[in-house]
Design a protein around this ligand. Structure first.
Ligand code: FEO
Ligand code: CA
Ligand code: CA
Length: 643
């Protein structure tokens, strides 16, 4: 969700730009849902899912699901009730500490945060960015030390221009664009645990990657590719939503709703098919194009081709240039979840828009072997897109030039062309439309893959078991033989989110209702952490059947038993996102994004005169404004989180 989405209330992610006739996931999932039961009141009941009685037999089992390889993991805390307070709520026995809110100087001698948002672009570039999102923790040191200090690397997805500038964004200027660019991107910050909790520490590693940082390209769409040539040098990463972490110690920042930054005032400009497929339009809510030709698609048409990629950043080399890894495709990447199988890396990535697809990249050789040859494991491999069949099976379809319909005769010039037009290539091979694919998480033991489908608008080709699907659901699959490089899988629905008061198909207990699952992560013990992003357009509203759900939140599920429990409730107007734990599992970092964003339930929208109209979290200072921040969660007894 972006700031301009709020102004129009409807979330453009809910509007499909996929005109293909591919089978929708709704069509296949309805058949599946009719043959199985889902989790009921903390107990898993009869099911014919892939973890239960066998897929495709058509016989419902009377025995409980086995959830092979997923041992029960007791949840040892008392559930947090749903709430609407302008505060963080965590279970009894836990603490929540605010760390590195937007505007925090990255170095102790850096520019101090100004409560009236009057920091300049240059100052913002030396401070923590706005709207924290996906995040990873890189330990500094081995053993216990690595759980007490590390590099926290986090994305800054977008900016709220009403809150970013003292006078709001009614007038757009080049200086404002520069500050907005500086508030985007990634923060790399050394954090250490002290007697009074975690704090930011001075370090040569501390740095920002912003919308203006020099970047380069690698893979089939290399830096010299004609489609990447523009008036300005390649720079910047934008709308970094979720993330990934490679086994060789780098960070992956994903570019999601990049199209929204581009526009034009040229009335004669019309998007071509490729641009339209990515939602590039003349109107941009940010209006940067009105003062900066870099963002004018009519003036600088190739700049858009530099966005929509997965960006690799080496947090341990402050001088390194971020690299856009083009072999992973060009979509609206939600995240890039990395796992390993037979020594090869596998990267799962959702394309978050209604009616889009889920992809995976499989390395061509063991990653250690490629690294030994000084080749990036992210440059050598095959990108696939998922097809979900209605018998519970699924297959990964290669997006490989010369394979299937992706031939020169059909207008596909080469592999670079396939990747620049990844969405169209996926249309051509017959991928299955999904209901806004967001995060992917891979179970640490049995390697099952879980995917949040956050919600759907109910448009004519709606893509889930419910139409409309305002609450979203979680799908999971098991790759053949538990091998994540495999090209076939068996899938199932883990749960339908929502409120049984309004939708009897929802089998969550009344005290555990939630909507719009988005962030997703496993801890080392195999507990599944679920973070929610209910749109502010419906949050808390009885007339939109979200009154029992409360503010956005985080829950934890035991995939072995199906038990679900609410763990955290965020302040007003926020979403909860970003999931990182220390290796000892005793510190959990999560992000609170866009507290205080315009929320119809709370009435007046924030203005430059009253930025705290919805929330004043975390400062609760009338002279300040709401700020995204990382929250550090610990058990008071120092124990493992969730136990
Ligand atoms: Fe940036 Fe799809 O959430
Ligand atoms: Ca998200
Ligand atoms: Ca979302």
């Amino acid at each position: 969700m972006t700031a301009q989405d709020v102004r129009t209330v409807a979330d453009p992610d809910d509007i499909s730009s996929n005109p293909s006739g591919n089978a929708t996931f709704r069509e296949v999932a309805q058949a599946r849902m009719s043959r199985r039961s889902v989790i009921r009141g903390g107990t898993v009941v009869a099911a014919a899912g892939f973890l239960g009685a066998g897929v495709g037999t058509g016989t419902a089992a009377a025995a409980p699901e086995r959830h092979g390889g997923s041992k029960p993991r007791p949840l040892g805390f008392k559930a947090v009730p749903a709430g609407t307070a302008d505060a963080i709520a965590v279970p009894e026995g836990y603490t929540a500490q605010v760390l590195i809110p937007w505007g925090t100087p990255l170095h102790s001698r850096g520019p101090q945060w100004r409560k009236d948002a009057s920091n300049t672009a240059a100052e913002q570039a030396a401070q923590v960015g706005m709207h924290h999102d996906g995040m990873s923790f890189f330990p500094l040191g081995a053993g216990p030390l690595g759980s007490r200090q590390g590099l926290l690397v986090l994305n800054h997805e977008y900016v709220d221009q009403v809150l970013l500038f003292p006078d709001g964004d009614a007038q757009m200027t080049k200086a404002k664009v520069d500050k907005a660019l500086a508030a985007h991107g990634v923060t790399i910050a050394k954090v250490v645990q002290g007697k009074d909790g975690w704090k930011l520490a001075d370090s040569r590693y501390n740095r920002r990657v912003t919308g203006s940082t020099p970047v380069t390209f690698s893979g089939p769409v290399g830096p010299d590719h004609p489609a990447l040539q523009a008036e300005n040098p390649p720079m910047g990463t934008l709308n970094n939503c979720s993330n990934g972490q490679t086994p060789w110690g780098t960070y992956l920042a994903c570019e999601e709703n990049w199209n929204g930054y581009f526009g034009t005032t040229d009335a004669a400009w019309k998007p071509n098919a490729q641009q339209a497929r990515y939602g590039v339009a003349a109107n941009s809510g940010y209006r940067w194009h009105t003062v900066d030709p870099r963002f004018d698609v009519a003036v600088n048409p190739n700049e858009i081709n530099r966005f929509g990629w997965v960006v690799e950043i080496d947090p341990f080399d402050p001088d390194s240039t971020p690299v856009k890894r083009t072999a992973l495709g060009r979509i609206k990447h939600e995240g890039a979840t990395v796992t390993e199988s037979r020594g090869r890396i596998v990267v799962y990535t959702g394309d978050d828009q209604d009616g889009e697809y889920v992809y995976k990249f499989v390395g061509s050789a063991p990653w250690r072997q490629l690294r030994a040859l000084r080749r990036s494991p992210l440059d050598h491999g095959t990108l696939y897109v998922a097809k979900f069949n209605d018998d519970g099976s699924g297959e990964w379809l290669p997006l490989k030039h010369g394979t299937g319909p992706l031939t020169e005769a059909n207008g596909w010039a080469d592999q670079a062309d396939v990747l620049l037009r990844t969405r169209e290539a996926a249309d051509a091979v017959g991928a299955t439309k999904l209901d806004r694919p967001e995060w992917v998480a891979v179970h640490p033991d049995n390697k099952d893959v879980y995917l949040t489908l956050t919600n759907g608008s109910g448009w004519n080709n709606a893509v889930n078991p419910r139409k409309p699907n305002p609450y979203g659901h979680i799908v999971r699959w098991r790759e053949r033989g538990g091998d994540n490089t495999a090209l076939t899988f068996e899938w199932d629905i883990f749960l339908l989110a929502g409120d049984p008061e309004y939708d009897p198909r929802v089998e969550l207990a009344a005290e555990d209702v939630f909507g719009s699952p988005d962030g997703l992560g496993f801890d080392r013990a195999g507990r599944l952490w679920i973070q929610t992003d209910v749109s502010n357009s419906v949050q808390n509203r009885p007339d939109r059947q979200h009154d029992n759900i409360g503010n956005n939140q985080m829950l934890v599920a035991d995939p072995g038993t199906g038990e679900i429990r609410r763990f955290l409730v965020g302040p007003r107007g926020c979403e909860v996102t970003g999931f990182a734990m220390t290796p000892d599992q005793r510190t959990l970092f999560v992000n609170i994004q866009h507290p205080g964003e315009a929320t119809p339930f709370w009435g007046a929208a924030p203005t430059p005169q009253n930025p705290n109209a919805v929330s004043s979290w975390p400062d609760h200072d009338s002279a300040s404004r709401p700020r995204s921040a990382t929250v550090v969660i610990r058990k008071k007894d120092g124990g493992v989180i969730g136990t």
